[in-house]
Design a protein. Structure first.
Ligand code: ADP
Ligand code: MG
Length: 831
């Protein structure tokens, strides 16, 4: 077995056919010793030759084989950062970008000024930086500034198997940028690093790489992992099951670290707290002790998750340009798993230890419990890499960030809840949310593999083998699961007009692309193609429209295009601070506490009724009177945010008035960020974040209603007319262009009693009925003026061909006209 006797780079570099530069690195002896054990070291020569001889190379290997930490060092030593370019590495997750830059700096004995990172909100890049770790969104943003990425001599796309949307798009873009750089005589290299799964999406895709890139496989040692399935599958309290199983392992099994997989931050804290309570560990050293004992946050989370077992979070669009805000991802990795068996000797069934309660504190068995998730501060994250204090067992409670991005040393046992928190997108409304769902088989195998890095291990799956059999084989690429209007806008901003021809590793459906182009056209973000006689030509032309200057402004806002349009129109009558607040509130969603749930006891019921009454009273107050009432639900949001900010946005204020504290904090952060972006786009706006905003005046409210109409134009609804009322299901109903069935104003809306003839809405949610959310009233006269793209002006509705408006020379296409679909007729309007 010569594999692990890696050739020290110094020796082989002399043997290279072409003499290469060699930049010495002064590593500490213990670092050098650890490096030489990594499987990738044996492949250094192969990797470097492939990179030298090919513009693009694919490298795949097991997690922990040393790809992320070592390959940047190989490139550095070979001189890729000593000319006029530096080495760039992208990660889909912030946590990986930060911790990997720190690790590589440490291994190379260089400062963070030389080996640096850049993530969305922070970074330590300097003019000395040679190796730069960043999130994929950061590099995408840099491409928007300099398409040829001139400051890099090599780009490494790491964790490509995660198939994050930005990683996919970056690979597509770089497949074109690299040949362009070569043609210009300023060559750049691309290295795609991935786990060993499904690399065919990259290598066999001729549209992406006309010449297939060489694939280098790093073999690594994986010890057998015995997989134990549960007989039963807990559906509800799986976090409790995770806790109990971890207690059993700790009590009964030989030494070795435990790695626990859960789905989200709150669960992680809750389980940490229970484990620390069960197996207290009191360090007498001061170094790590203080933070380790600080369990207050864990306790808070425990209380919270105890009440609410399934986690479902609203999506925050803060991260359009950065790593994902919560731990999630597509897990396409296969681990070298040993024999799977049910009911082996070590299989622990619950209740096999009578008389011992796990909740009872047992200080004789100290457990060193550490949380690990994306948003944990880096210094806390770094602890998982250090050996646990003497006499304790390490137990890391993690989200799926520990699945592929980070390798934790010394893990022998894995406890897998089998679930993952995922984004779900609604194809009709484009709305998304986070839900807990089963993971995929590939992902579960990857989790199990974490137990076999240093010696044979065990994986406890808290679900039955039948449930495992029903898991999807792989998770799908994110890009196929969501609407793409924001991506299409970003691409158009990069002057990629024919998005259909873009070399996506996995293309989104053409249906998704067409509806994205149509939405962007109607928002005015794209240029309408010149009129042409044939509908077919028109359709084709509509798929390659260039971006407008409005579109460029919209592309600079990190929110969905409809809301970006609202922001872009917001600089009128001093409305911008209100517009920013509205967009932030609409993006965060669910700002009110859900108080409609049936409660248990009488006492609880009356308490809930009181809180509901208080919430309703506040909603009425925030909705205002007269003109502001017409802004409807959006006025309520504006009033709620205004009031809570005025009161200092305290948990107490939110609790008393039926607001979700977390949502209010998110809105505050997003308002800050949007204010900064607006100031950058429009310096003369000179905005600042005002937490003592006065309510908008009557004319400002009117202006806000028009701005909202212009952005939400495709979400216009009209109250049903007399002829439809023959069918009782249409009573008080509204017609929309997207749906055949009526939609309704929710009884909690201030517009419920008013039933305006025309409204716009944020989204339609189906509960007991199809309800519109975020409803605002609009005046009929405004529609043809603000949304001419949806109107016919005095022509009969039957006209099948696109209609050229003689006044403006613009084409009106009937087929997707709102008014055509719902049969509205508007008076002809002077343009
Ligand atoms: P890969 O990218 O192939 O998954 P890595 O380069 O991330 O592999 O990891 C290689 C080795 O370096 C692993 O054994 C891992 O445990 C170790 N390692 C990574 N980061 C740290 C760190 N911050 N501290 C100590 N060891 C680390
Ligand atoms: Mg890695």
């Amino acid at each position: 077995e010569t594999r692990n006797e890696a050739t020290p780079c110094q020796t082989f570099k002399k043997e290279l056919s072409q003499p290469a530069v060699f930049i010495p690195v002064d590593r500490l002896p213990e670092i050098q010793e650890a490096r030489l054990k990594l499987p990738i070291l044996a492949e250094e020569q192969v990797v470097m030759e492939a990179v030298r001889e090919n513009p693009c190379t694919v490298l795949c290997g097991e997690t922990g084989s040393g790809k992320t930490t070592q390959v940047p060092q190989f490139l550095y030593e070979a001189g890729y950062a000593s000319g006029d370019g530096i080495i760039g590495i992208t990660e889909p997750r912030r946590v990986a970008a930060v911790s990997m830059s720190q690790r590589v700096a440490k291994e190379m004995n260089l400062s963070s000024r030389v080996v640096s990172y850049q993530i969305r909100y922070e970074g330590n890049v300097s003019n000395e930086t040679k190796i730069k770790f960043m999130t994929d969104g950061v590099l995408l943003k840099e491409i928007q500034k300099d398409f040829l990425l001139q400051k890099y001599s090599v780009i490494i796309i790491d964790e490509a198997h995660e198939r994050s949307v930005y990683t996919d798009i970056l690979i597509g873009l770089l497949s074109r940028i690299v040949p362009l750089r070569n043609k210009k005589g300023h060559p750049m290299k691309l290295l795609v690093m991935s786990a060993t799964l499904r690399i065919e999406d990259f290598t066999e895709n001729r549209k992406l790489f006309p010449v297939p890139p060489p694939v280098i496989k790093v073999e690594s040692r994986q010890f057998p992992v015995t997989v134990h399935f549960n007989k039963r599958t807990p559906m509800e309290d799986y976090a409790g099951e995770v806790f109990r199983k971890t207690c059993k392992i700790h009590r009964m099994l030989p030494p070795g670290g435990i790695l626990v997989f859960l789905t989200g931050q709150a669960e992680v804290h809750s389980v940490c707290w229970r484990l620390r309570k069960a197996f207290p560990f009191r360090p007498n050293c001061t170094e790590t002790g203080k933070e380790d004992q600080d369990t207050s946050e864990d306790r808070r989370s425990f209380k919270k998750t105890k009440q609410k077992k399934t986690v479902s979070l609203p999506r925050i669009d803060l991260d359009n340009y950065s790593a994902l805000p919560v731990d999630e991802g597509d897990e396409d990795r296969q681990a070298g798993i040993g024999d799977e068996e049910e009911g082996s000797d070590l299989d622990l069934e619950l209740g096999d230890e009578p008389g011992v309660s796990e909740e009872k504190s047992d200080p004789s068995l100290p457990l060193y419990v550490l949380p690990l998730y994306s948003l944990l501060p880096p210094e806390q994250q770094a602890k998982v890499f250090r050996p646990p204090p003497a006499g304790t067992r390490l137990c890391v409670v993690a989200t799926n960030v520990a699945e592929t991005s980070l390798t934790i040393p010394g893990i022998k046992y894995v406890v897998d809840c089998g679930r993952v928190k995922k984004r779900f997108y609604d194809r009709v409304t484009g709305v998304s949310s986070f839900k807990v769902d089963w993971t995929s088989q590939a992902s579960a195998n990857q989790r199990a593999g974490r137990a076999g890095r240093t010696e044979p291990g065990h994986c406890y799956r808290l679900y039955s083998s039948a449930v495992f059999g029903d898991f999807k084989e792989f998770s799908e690429a994110e890009i196929t699961r969501r609407p793409v209007d924001d991506l299409v806008l970003q691409m158009k901003d990069l002057n990629i007009e024919k998005v259909v021809n873009f070399p996506f590793p996995t293309p989104p459906s053409s249906e998704a692309l067409v509806s994205a182009e149509n939405l962007l056209l109607s928002l005015g973000a794209l240029e309408e193609p010149p009129p042409s006689g044939r509908l077919k030509d028109m359709e084709r032309a509509r798929l390659s429209c260039p971006i407008t200057s409005l579109g460029r402004v919209m592309a600079s806002f990190p929110v969905a295009p409809r809301y970006a349009k609202i922001l872009a129109l917001g600089n009128q009558q001093d409305c911008l601070p209100y517009v920013i607040t509205l967009v932030a509130a609409m993006t965060v969603r669910e700002i009110f506490q859900e108080l409609d749930r049936p409660a248990g006891s009488e006492e609880e019921n009356s308490r809930l009724a009181q809180r509901r009454a208080r919430q309703a009273q506040m909603k009425r107050l925030w909705a205002g009177q007269g003109a502001s009432l017409q802004l409807g639900d959006l006025m309520v949001m504006l009033g709620a945010v205004g009031a809570s900010e005025f009161a200092g946005c305290t948990p107490k204020f939110c609790e008393e008035n039926g607001l979700r504290y977390k949502a209010m904090i998110e809105i505050r952060r997003l308002r800050g960020q949007l204010t900064t972006t607006v100031n950058a786009v429009c310096p003369k706006a000179g905005l600042f974040l005002d937490n003592k905003m006065a309510p908008p005046t009557e004319s400002q409210v009117r202006c806000l209603r028009q701005i909202v109409l212009a952005g939400l134009g495709d979400h216009l609804a009209r109250r049903v007319q007399a002829e439809d009322l023959l069918d009782p299901k249409w009573r008080n109903g509204y017609k929309t262009p997207l749906l055949d069935d009526p939609v309704f104003i929710h009884p909690s809306s201030p517009l419920f009693k008013i039933l305006p003839e025309f409204v716009v809405y944020q989204e339609v949610m189906e509960t007991s009925k199809m309800y519109m959310r975020g409803v605002s009233a609009v005046e009929q006269d405004w529609i043809p003026q603000l949304l001419p793209q949806y109107c016919h002006f005095g022509k009969p509705l039957e006209t099948p061909a696109p209609y050229l408006c003689p006044e403006t020379g613009r084409v009106k296409c009937h087929r997707d006209s709102t008014f055509f679909r719902v049969g509205w007729q508007l008076p002809a309007v002077e343009m």
